[in-house]
Design a protein around this ligand. Structure first.
Ligand SMILES: CC(C)(COP(=O)(O)OP(=O)(O)OC[C@H]1O[C@@H](n2cnc3c(N)ncnc32)[C@H](O)[C@@H]1OP(=O)(O)O)[C@@H](O)C(=O)NCCC(=O)NCCS
Length: 177
């Protein structure tokens, strides 16, 4: 779906988006072992262990970037601060997902990372449509998606949350290049 099997390093105004590596396991664990992050995502369990972080990085290293392209969000001074990624799910177009560590909320980092990845996907891989969705009780993520140009499709899908352990209503959105 995303073209060649290259894993990119993407520079934005303040951030670098790059494939996570073994050296990032502890940072990822400390950032994401937070129920207020996990419960807003479908894939992140809570509590989140160091083993979960190890398995995640190993999966990211093995992943076919056509299907899963998770990238660490890194700041030159503050280091790793979150993840953003493109993933092939049930739609024919890729889906974007992200989280940012609590310390860094409200500074525009999720918006900057998502915009940077969308721009790269379009320019380097010719991606013309990207899906996303946020749980109905997560307006902050809806705001991030609106800021980078997503529109609501009107569809609500029940999606599993590994932290809530139940399907959770998800407002679906679409971005068109
Ligand atoms: C959602 C999340 C990624 C936002 O990260 P962030 O770096 O703080 O995002 P930004 O600073 O780029 O933008 C956040 C926007 O949401 C707005 N916002 C924050 N809380 C809000 C709320 N309760 N209701 C509505 N808007 C809200 C902010 O004001 C800001 O919009 P603005 O620039 O127009 O003022 C972060 O809180 C997070 O990781 N949450 C847990 C995981 C998650 O939700 N991932 C997405 C799953 S779909």
């Amino acid at each position: 779906m995303f073209g060649l099997t290259l894993k990119p390093e993407i520079g934005t105004e303040r951030l670098t988006l790059r494939p996570p590596q073994a050296q990032d396991v502890e940072s990822i664990f400390h950032l994401v072992n937070d129920v207020d992050i996990a419960r807003m995502t479908s894939g992140i369990p809570h509590p989140y262990s160091l083993d979960n972080a190890c398995a995640f990085v190993a999966m990211a290293e093995r992943a076919d970037p056509h299907l899963d392209l998770p990238l660490l969000i890194e700041h030159p001074r503050w280091g790793p601060m979150g993840m953003v990624g493109l993933h092939q799910r049930e739609d024919p177009w890729p889906e974007i997902g992200y989280w940012v560590g609590r310390t860094f909320w409200g500074m525009g980092f999720a918006t900057e990372a998502a915009a940077g990845l969308l721009d790269w996907a379009h320019r380097a891989r010719g991606v013309r449509a990207v899906a996303s969705g946020h749980f109905t009780d997560n307006p902050a993520s809806g705001r991030v998606l609106e800021k980078v140009g997503f529109l609501y499709t009107g569809q609500i899908r029940p999606r599993q949350s590994n932290a809530r352990l139940k399907p959770t209503n998800t407002r679906m959105m679409i971005w068109l290049a």
